[in-house]
Write a protein of this length. Structure first.
Length: 254
């Protein structure tokens, strides 16, 4: 495909799987995250590879500099994926103001900063794509107050941005990794590192299993390709849609 794609949180967990799969599908990827979560940094960006960089999504200067570096190396930025997220559990009673702010800084301010830095390049080149990674919690889930609010906000951001940049041929869409049981550092932390506990009651997907990063990447590949050139402002559920008001599916294959 040979698109230049930037992925926040693309150096670990679901983001790393997304980055590696996008590269395998023929894209050039710039995967970035916090320096302490980065095993190695790519000194010289190379076409056709996953290029790793250290950058704080909540730091406007970091993201502006990384977008500039990417555009200088490859001549364009075709797509950005807002994947990085922070998701501690908590209710109103046990969520501190500091935790609320930290979650919203990564999950909502971060995508704003990333889009603000990258979209001028897309406007100049005549188009591009933004893919926002949401959550079923964005419709509201118990014991996820701050996280749910941030992901609900991200869906509103997705729709509003799609309208604002429609005239520039910049497409903005969202993906929901649904069904539960998805193995990521964030989800494992909620279950004290136990994959068994994480997946014990997971509904999974129509494929009879929880989804993984490659499933997300395949959907991203479609959304950033010319095959979806008329699609914007859309939310695609990659997994199971029961959190959007339907009944829990019965007879799920295990």
């Amino acid at each position: 495909m040979n698109k230049v794609v930037m992925v926040s949180g693309g150096n670990a967990g679901l983001g790393l799987e997304i980055s590696q799969r996008l590269q395998a599908l023929g894209n050039t990827v710039v995967a970035f995250g916090l320096a302490e979560h980065l095993q190695h940094e790519t000194e010289v960006f190379v076409t056709g590879q996953v290029n790793y960089a250290a950058a704080d999504l909540t730091n406007e200067q970091h993201i502006q500099q990384l977008c500039e570096r990417t555009a200088e190396a490859f001549g364009r930025i075709d797509a950005i994926v807002n994947n990085a997220a922070l998701g501690p559990l908590g209710t109103l009673d046990n969520t501190s103001v500091e935790t609320w702010q930290a979650i919203h800084n990564v999950n909502l301010l971060g995508p704003f900063i990333f889009a603000k830095a990258a979209l001028p390049y897309m406007k100049e080149q005549g188009g591009g794509c933004v893919v926002n990674i949401g959550s079923g919690a964005g419709w509201g889930k118990a014991n996820m107050l701050a996280y749910a609010a941030s992901k609900g906000g991200l869906m509103a951001f997705n729709q509003a941005l799609a309208l604002d940049v429609f005239q520039y041929k910049i497409r903005v869409n969202a993906l929901i990794p649904g069904g539960g049981g998805i193995v990521t550092p964030m989800s494992l932390e909620r279950f004290q590192g136990s994959q068994e506990a994480l997946q014990a009651k997971a509904i999974g997907s129509v494929a009879g299993r929880p989804i993984h990063g490659s499933d997300m990447a395949d959907a991203i590949e479609f959304l950033i390709s010319d095959a979806s050139q008329t699609i914007s402002g859309t939310i695609i559920d990659v997994g199971c849609f029961h959190h959007q008001g339907t009944s829990t599916p019965l007879g799920i294959a295990k």
